[in-house]
Design a protein around this ligand. Structure first.
Ligand code: GUN
Length: 236
């Protein structure tokens, strides 16, 4: 959240932060969202997840009006991504797509393997790759013979949230490896879902953690917010 706030300052985007206490009730949170939904000077709303156990995530996500849902988590925005007609792209998968594009990697016809099936990353990531004509496989914690699948990947995206889960032995020579994981180890160090040391010897290109996908996620949040401002302005 600190980085998101800083990015807003750098982009000259006005922002308001509500650091609510953990015992905030769902009603109080919904009332705040309702206020921000109606507030003309606010173009985008982001509720940082995860939420405390007593608050229902779905109810909260559904309460944000789709036009201000810069995370693209609302079912209307999720549905739009599914059919390929979207205003907002979820920030992390969008950042991954931007990295692939900037690196000059053509997705068309490539074997793309996404490890992880979360609503925030895995599922929308698979859709975005599919829209670019990738051949997409989604793997997850229950996938049998995972290494057989990951070894097929020309483009491998790790988004499982398990430190160093993917190692060099699970990667095809010359693959593009994108590490979405941000895991905090006991020694407080950050590490990804990919064991960088063994993977970089095999991969043609690989993103580091920290510094790879993370900053891209925030850049895409800024992009969605500017888009929201433009869309909401024309509606006002
Ligand atoms: N928690 C982890 N990633 C995200 C994200 O992209 N958006 C929000 N709102 N919460 C998160």
């Amino acid at each position: 959240m600190r980085n998101k706030e800083r990015a807003c300052e750098e982009c000259a985007i006005y922002s308001e932060k509500y650091a609510l206490s953990e015992d905030t009730t769902q009603e109080e949170l919904l009332a705040l969202i309702d206020m921000l939904n109606k507030k003309g000077s606010i173009s985008g709303i982001l509720v940082q997840l995860p939420l405390p156990k007593h608050i229902d995530e779905k109810t909260v996500i559904n309460a944000i009006i789709p036009e201000k849902d810069v995370d693209a988590f609302h079912p209307i925005n999720v549905g739009k991504i599914m059919v390929g007609n979207y205003d907002f792209v979820p920030c992390t998968p969008a950042g991954v797509m931007e990295l692939i594009k900037e690196a000059g990697i053509d997705i068309r016809g490539k074997e793309c393997v996404v490890v992880g099936r979360s609503n925030i990353v895995g599922k929308p990531q698979a859709m975005l790759l599919l829209h670019q004509n990738g051949t997409v496989t989604i793997c997850h914690s229950k996938t049998k013979n995972l290494a057989d699948k990951t070894k097929q990947a020309d483009i491998l995206i790790a988004a499982v949230g398990i430190p160093n889960f993917i190692n060099g032995d699970m990667i095809k020579e010359g693959a593009v490896v994108i590490d979405v994981g941000i895991n905090r180890l006991e020694n407080k160090k950050l590490c990804g879902d990919v064991d960088f040391e063994s993977a970089e010897k095999i991969a043609a290109a690989i993103t580091p953690v920290p510094g790879g996908v993370g900053p891209m996620t925030i850049a895409m949040l800024m992009k969605n917010t500017v888009k929201a401002a433009m869309v909401n302005q024309t509606k006002r």
